[in-house]
Design a protein around this ligand. Structure first.
Ligand SMILES: [Zn+2]
Length: 669
């Protein structure tokens, strides 16, 4: 999981019913709203006019706290009929009616004082304050059309007045801005059918830069930053320019006319059509503009440009991870990309058999397992696909998919069709197990009377596995095709060793120790046990630390009890930790962390080969302080912490599966 992953607005499954019911191009909902938001008073006033599509089963919903001033359907006053999902719902829309007008007031919640990224991802309250207001569409702060159980797609024009000094933004194109009588008015239009409207307001300093798109339009890039980070704006605009150039050339024209990076007072990360909303502290991190920013820009093609049909699996995170994060790693060095692939496979391999998630069941990141699958496993499919069909066909397929599916819902099957059309071959046998299997196969080499064999456990995938042979003439990579339980390998004469997939290019369950363990694996292997080694103060610090580190509430295990057969989190003072490790036959703390810092953490394995995470501190305060940084260091194998900050960290080396080939083994002539 990346430190600043964002949640893109996933609408696809939700709008599917509407798409099936009516042609959205012919009859979009057109929503015209006038808003006034006073952050200091935490009050929103609005009036809206909705032009309704002529389809059955239409409803309008708004937050139950909204105070409706007026409500008419085709000019006739209407009353609210009933409550639904906690929202106010207007059901009395006669079949022939074509417009709804409404005006309302909505009190907003205060901005939470301290919220973690995990909290803000799931929070759908509309909040307001002078340092920043955020009204997510899911808070139903405006009257939204629903069809059946689903949200409707819509186009909109939104006019927003905020006090001078504040600045408002919603997804779409900025068409007007003006100052009058103490207010700043901005008007945005969304001209293509899009999902819910998120509204952001803050004391922003706006910087704008115009660039030319590949199809000759003018694109406006903007930063809306808090004054305290305004000096970062130029750097962000430079980075944005490069990303737009890259992705327009690679995929096709950017689907909107504007793109804004908007700062948030909370540690938020959201991607929406034409903008991304990132926490001030996130934007300050030096690596964000080199990684997460590009990922968010790319979501305007994958996610907010072509909508994943999440009922059949959300492919957009995998494709975005592949074309953003993975591509940037490749730009830097092939080794960096190899480490990324190894990390994906390691995380996936930590998921116990039977507990995995098929790619066609992934919807959105909710916990460690869904992240490992939706991002890493899906990105590996694209790695293998490109290895199989070549760069040129891959890139043509990407452009074809974009040309044909823009502003439509698309599934893995649609992606497959685009790749098959450009590769000129069926990919069915290759892709079906990759997309539908819950578990991953293991691969192993053996030799015996039958010669050298490559074995694959169930579920069997159709793979081309690189096996590196080392005859005297120099290393040679054999591509071994396998689609069942085993296949014979023919090493060249003089081969002494065979190494299985040393570059981690095949989606598979790694052998034990093939990749060195990392801290976050503890969250992938089921509910962990927590063992605390220390007094009551250590106990309290450990509870807090465990809460920050673990996705799920751990089982408590007393130090006297046997270590059990699940994942294990051990937290304690250095002396007690060392004594416990020795008493239970575990390896001593790694050299790299020994005698350094006031807290150390490292990953290992329990006696039953389950992930073990050890956190050792010189005292309770050191453990308490470690809780700040440790949750962000999950991708390392070991970490040294001093005063709550990580001063060194690293990862053990990969140990690919190597098999010696006895000279007696039959070899190719
Ligand atoms: Zn993403």
């Amino acid at each position: 999981m990346r430190a600043t992953d964002t949640l893109i607005r996933l609408l696809a499954g939700l709008i599917f019913g509407l798409l099936a019911a009516a042609s959205i191009a012919a009859e979009p909902v057109m929503l015209d709203m006038q808003l006034r938001l006073i952050p200091a008073k935490r009050m929103l006033e609005g009036s809206a006019n909705l032009k309704l599509p002529a389809i059955a089963n239409r409803r309008i919903a708004i937050d139950r706290r909204a105070r409706l001033a007026t409500l008419t359907v085709d000019g006739q006053p209407v009353r609210l009929r009933r409550w639904w999902r906690g929202d106010l719902e207007i059901r009395a829309i006669p079949d022939g009616a074509s417009s709804v007008e409404m005006s309302w007031q909505l009190p907003l919640s205060p901005v939470p004082e301290e919220a973690s990224h995990r909290d803000t991802l799931g929070d759908d309250r509309a909040t307001a304050g002078s340092d920043g207001s955020f009204l997510p569409a899911s808070a139903r702060w405006y009257p939204g059309l629903q069809v059946g159980q689903d949200d409707g797609l819509q186009r909109w024009r939104v006019t927003i007045d905020v006090p001078a000094g504040q600045r408002a933004i919603v997804p779409g194109r900025l068409v007007e801005e003006a100052e009058a009588s103490g207010y700043t008015r901005t008007v945005y239009r969304m001209d293509v059918p899009a999902a819910g409207i998120d509204l952001m307001v803050g004391p922003y300093v706006v910087l704008e830069r115009a660039i030319k798109s590949v199809d000759g339009r003018t694109l406006k890039l903007r930063t809306l930053f808090h004054p305290r980070i305004a000096d970062l704006a130029e750097g962000y605009l430079d980075a944005l320019g490069a990303y737009f150039q890259r992705y327009e050339q690679w995929i096709g024209p950017y689907p909107y006319d504007d793109f804004s990076v908007v700062s948030s007072p909370t540690p938020t990360g959201f991607g929406m059509p034409s903008l991304t909303y990132l926490g001030v502290d996130v934007l300050r991190l030096p690596f964000i503009r080199g990684t997460s920013l590009g990922h968010e820009v790319l979501h305007n093609w994958w996610g907010n440009g072509v909508y994943p049909d999440i009922r059949q699996g959300n492919w957009s995170e995998g494709l975005t991870t592949f074309m953003a994060d993975y591509t940037y790693a490749l730009d830097e060095a092939p080794e960096k990309a190899r480490v990324m692939r190894m990390g994906w496979l390691r995380d996936l391999s930590a998921i116990p058999p039977g507990k995995g998630l098929a790619l066609n069941r992934f919807t959105a990141r909710r916990h460690g397992i869904s992240a490992a699958v939706g991002y890493g496993r899906a990105a590996m499919v694209f790695v293998m696909l490109r290895d199989r069909i070549g760069n040129a066909a891959f890139d043509r397929a990407i452009r074809r998919f974009w040309r044909q599916r823009r502003f439509q819902v698309a599934s893995w099957a649609d992606l497959q069709a685009a790749f098959e059309a450009e590769a000129g071959e069926s990919l069915q046998a290759f892709l079906t197990p990759l997309l539908t299997a819950r578990d991953l196969p293991t691969l192993a080499l053996s030799h015996g009377d039958a010669g050298v064999m490559l074995h694959q456990s169930a579920p069997h995938h159709a793979l081309r596995v690189p096996v590196v042979a080392d005859p005297a003439a120099g290393k040679q990579t054999l591509m071994v095709g396998i689609s069942g339980p085993e296949v014979r390998v023919e090493p060249p004469a003089g081969t002494r060793t065979l190494t299985l997939d040393p570059d981690f290019r095949v989606l598979r369950r790694l052998a034990r120790n093939e990749a060195a363990p990392v801290l976050r694996e503890i969250n992938l292997a089921g509910v962990a046990s927590l063992m605390v080694l220390g007094d009551e103060r250590v106990e309290a610090a450990a509870e807090h630390l465990a809460e920050r580190l673990l996705d799920r509430t751990p089982r408590r295990r007393s130090p006297e009890a046997p270590p059990g057969d699940g994942p294990l989190l051990v937290i304690g003072t250095a002396t007690e930790v060392d004594a416990w490790l020795a008493a239970h036959g575990h390896p001593a703390r790694p050299q790299a962390v020994s005698g350094r810092g006031d807290a150390q953490a490292w990953a290992g394995l329990t006696a039953s080969d389950k992930p073990m995470l050890v956190v050792s501190g010189s005292n309770a305060d050191a453990l308490e302080a470690a809780a700040r940084s440790l949750p962000h260091l999950g991708r390392y194998g070991w970490v040294v912490i001093e005063g709550g900050r990580s001063i060194d960290r690293g990862q053990g080396a990969a140990k690919p599966q190597v098999m010696s080939v006895p000279t007696a083994a039959p070899q190719a002539r």
